[in-house]
Design a protein around this ligand. Structure first.
Ligand code: ZN
Length: 245
């Protein structure tokens, strides 16, 4: 079993960047934790109602992904990669005993994303596996590691659908763009649908896993998302019920 930590600046960042990969980890029996460093107070909508609504949305999305959720307690748009931010990430790394970390790509037009990426690189300086995911505001991004998420794309869309305030009010969360992006990276990787990563370090573990740890055989055909179902996939987020904020 791996201990996986995904770090994001705002609610919905992690789901967009690596939500389907986290679902694949969960399905493989890995323990997945999400660390969201700010409450997303400056997203679209009124700030006061935003804080509680986005917190609820993030909790619902984490449940959808089978992940535990930790909050960093920082303020949206003011994150800096200082010792305090690094300390927050280090404490979650220790608590989760994570051996694989996913985080924002370093070259991004949002200052929080850049800061979280830099702070995580410092906090994870002793880890052998650090992978960067793409955000809608990422600039230069040249991925070389791909995860086949064909079986988990609908789950990713369901997790994104939990962030209704962003899906409704922000052009940053467009389900059809999520599907198109996954197919684009899948084509690059010569597979179906993929999430793409740029590693800072990625040590491959080729040791055979004990039989007891191997997941039971899956009904793979039922999990696959054929291309002709794309249109129904895109409709998934609007079908997720949303509690009043
Ligand atoms: Zn963000």
């Amino acid at each position: 079993m791996r201990n996986v930590l995904a770090v994001g600046a705002h609610p919905d960042d992690i789901e967009l960047g690596c939500g389907a990969t986290l679902l694949a980890h969960h399905a493989a029996g890995d323990r997945v934790t999400m660390l969201v460093l700010t409450g997303g107070e400056n997203g679209p909508g009124d700030e006061r109602s935003q804080i509680s609504r986005r917190r609820q949305e993030q909790q619902r999305a984490a449940r959808t992904l089978g992940a535990e959720l930790e909050w960093g307690g920082l303020r949206d748009c003011t994150v800096v990669p200082d010792s305090a931010t690094i300390g927050i990430i280090e404490s979650v790394l220790r608590a989760t005993d994570a051996d694989l970390v996913y985080v924002h790509a370093p070259d991004d037009s949002h200052q929080d994303h850049r800061a979280v990426s830099a702070a995580t690189l410092s906090a994870a300086r002793r880890l052998s596996r650090v992978m960067h995911y793409q955000s809608p505001s990422t600039l230069t991004f040249t991925p070389t590691v791909f995860v086949d998420v064909t079986a988990h794309l609908s789950g990713k869309l369901a997790a994104l659908g939990a962030h209704a305030s962003q899906v409704e009010m922000s052009a940053m969360v467009e389900p059809d763009a999520v599907v198109a992006s996954a197919r684009h990276w899948g084509a690059q990787a010569r597979i179906g649908y993929a999430e793409a990563f740029a590693p800072t370090r990625m040590v491959l573990d080729l040791a055979p896993r004990p039989a007891a740890e191997l997941p039971a055989p899956r009904a793979a055909a039922e999990d696959l998302v054929p291309a002709h179902r794309l249109s129904s996939l895109i409709a998934v987020p609007s079908a997720v019920p949303v509690a009043a904020g």
